[in-house]
Design a protein around this ligand. Structure first.
Ligand SMILES: [Zn+2]
Length: 249
């Protein structure tokens, strides 16, 4: 490794791909919001030096050596292991949905200071959520916030076809809410209640602390997760398997 340029960054492990017998390629969300991919040698060796730091969702300070195609992890110090997720099936499923959308909304060489803190907070919120309804709420809020920040902000006040203020339908393909007459022209437009609409608006404006403390029923949080999934799948044009799993489980 002599002579290679090295650099340090804090990063969250979003994805792991097997490479050779004992190595992994890590997909990382760096502190500056860009995506990094790096080889962690020996990270699949049980009890190995890097194994714990290469766990999914783990936040570490990495020392990376620039490589020709992929960078290589030289050292890693765990900062936040998100230990409250481990061994809890529903929390891991929710955190996996967060990591999946994080991976699809950050890019190499494209720093964005919004992305790392909101992902870190959402993963911590997956540890803190009191019940399944709040876990769904956390995932939905993360997805709506990150997509809106990335340029896919829904129109939630007036009909996105005609501007009418009396809105009772939602369509991801149309870009937000619709009035009843415009909704007739949009395939798949879904009728939404005033309460559901105010929850959609709240996901974009409320903090995770507020959302974790807010009373919500399972049906409403499932609606919010479903609408977040539809919005993300439509605008990222991607199959979101971890979110699908949360919706079906
Ligand atoms: Zn309309």
């Amino acid at each position: 490794m002599a002579g290679r340029r090295t650099y340090r960054t804090r990063a969250i492990v979003l994805d792991r791909t097997k490479l050779a017998e004992q190595d992994l390629i890590l997909t990382l969300l760096a502190a500056d919001g860009s995506q990094l991919r790096a080889v962690a040698k020996g990270a699949r060796k049980p009890g190995g030096r890097l194994a714990a730091r290469a766990e999914l969702f783990c936040e570490s300070d990495f020392l990376l050596a620039a490589g020709r195609s992929l960078d290589v992890v030289s050292e890693a110090q765990t900062v936040e292991p998100h230990a409250g997720l481990r061994g809890d099936y529903e929390r891991v499923a929710a955190a996996s949905a967060v990591a999946e959308v994080a991976r699809l909304t950050c890019y190499e060489d494209a720093p964005d200071r919004f992305l790392h803190p909101v992902c870190s907070r959402a993963l911590a919120a997956c540890e803190e959520a009191a019940d399944r309804a709040h876990l769904d709420l956390v995932v939905a809020a993360y997805v709506w916030k990150v997509l809106a920040h990335g340029g896919w902000r829904p129109e939630l006040e007036t009909c996105c076809a005609c501007g009418d203020a009396d809105v009772t339908y939602f369509s991801a393909a149309a870009g937000g809410v619709l009035c009843e007459s415009c909704a007739r022209e949009v395939a798949g437009a879904q009728e939404v209640s005033a309460a559901q609409l105010s929850w959609l608006r709240a996901l974009l404006t409320s903090t995770f602390d507020d959302l974790l403390a807010a009373p919500i029923d399972a049906a409403t949080s499932l609606f919010l997760l479903g609408s977040a999934h539809l919005w993300a799948a439509t605008h990222l044009d991607a199959r979101l398997r971890a979110m699908e799993f949360c919706l079906s489980a």
